[in-house]
Design a protein around this ligand. Structure first.
Ligand code: ADP
Ligand code: MG
Length: 260
């Protein structure tokens, strides 16, 4: 009971803290984005314009992140849409490679014919950013980062119970690194809000908590597999969009549906 109370207290203070901070940040980012958009329109297409677009992408990512913090604090309703996860990962990978630098080797292992997922796009992007940032921070000397997507049928009742999800079709998105890994206690507590081992570098301990919250709210789950000195894999299980999946198996005849 004490632990549950302590957790509830923490959640509440996280809520207040992240709510006001996120709000302030978002206001500043809005100014930055507005000015960059003005510049972007004035500067002709080319290398310089691309620099501005990169800055815009990064600022937009910041907005997504603050949105997710505010969502986390207010338990804001998600706006789930049918998402092509592979496309989102691929689109983010160029910016990711640039910001991670040459010492981190980024590979994508994307499943062909990945099932669409029903989730909130900006929260998914924030979750991936959080995971990639953690991976980077776990590899100060560089290393390898891999993002993998897979279709996963959870039909085994035991596994479903183990993962704490309903049996069904899921898309698993894993972010793997070859970093420092986690000891047992860290692994057990990593999803807790405000749990951080990065006090010295100003870690807030909110990244994995919001990733976890996002996964649960989307009807899925998140897991950690980690070995000290070897690396870490954080996986998100997100429910596949049933309707879309049925379409895939038995495509609807196009006749009579109207074109376009
Ligand atoms: P923060 O990054 O601000 O510390 P997070 O919620 O993102 O907060 O992570 C919580 C803790 O989990 C981190 O402080 C770190 O100890 C551990 N952790 C998270 N991701 C990784 C990773 N990829 N490798 C090693 N440890 C990790
Ligand atoms: Mg983090």
């Amino acid at each position: 009971v004490e632990r549950a109370l302590e957790r509830a207290r923490r959640m509440e203070s996280v809520g207040r803290l992240s709510g006001t901070l996120a709000h302030d940040f978002k206001n500043m980012l809005t100014v930055i984005i507005g000015n960059l958009e003005l510049l972007e329109r004035r500067i002709p297409p080319g290398a310089e314009n691309e620099l501005i677009q990169d800055a815009l992408d990064a600022a937009q990512t910041g907005v997504d992140l603050t949105d997710s913090l505010m969502g986390f604090s207010r338990h804001r309703n998600l706006a789930p849409r049918r998402l092509d996860i592979n496309a989102i990962v691929e689109r983010g990978s160029a910016l990711m490679r640039r910001s991670l630098g040459p010492d981190i080797d980024v590979t994508l292992q994307l499943a062909g014919e990945l099932w669409p997922v029903k989730a909130d796009a900006s929260q998914l992007r924030s979750a991936l950013i959080n995971l990639v940032l953690n991976a980077q921070e776990a590899m100060p000397e560089g290393g390898r980062l891999m993002i993998r997507t897979e279709n996963t049928e959870i039909d085994d009742a035991f596994l479903a119970q183990e993962l704490d999800i309903q049996p069904g079709s899921y898309v698993r998105i894993s972010v793997c690194d070859t970093g420092i890994g986690m000891d047992e206690e860290t692994q057990l507590r990593a999803f807790e809000p405000l749990f951080t081992t990065k006090q010295k570098t100003g870690g807030m301990g909110l990244g994995l908590a919001s990733v976890y919250g996002f996964a649960l709210h989307s009807g899925g789950h998140a897991t950690i597999y980690s070995e000290p000195g070897v690396g870490t894999t954080v996986s998100l299980y997100l429910p596949a969009d049933e309707a879309a999946e049925q379409n895939r198996i038995a495509p609807q005849p196009a006749a009579g549906m109207g074109a376009g």
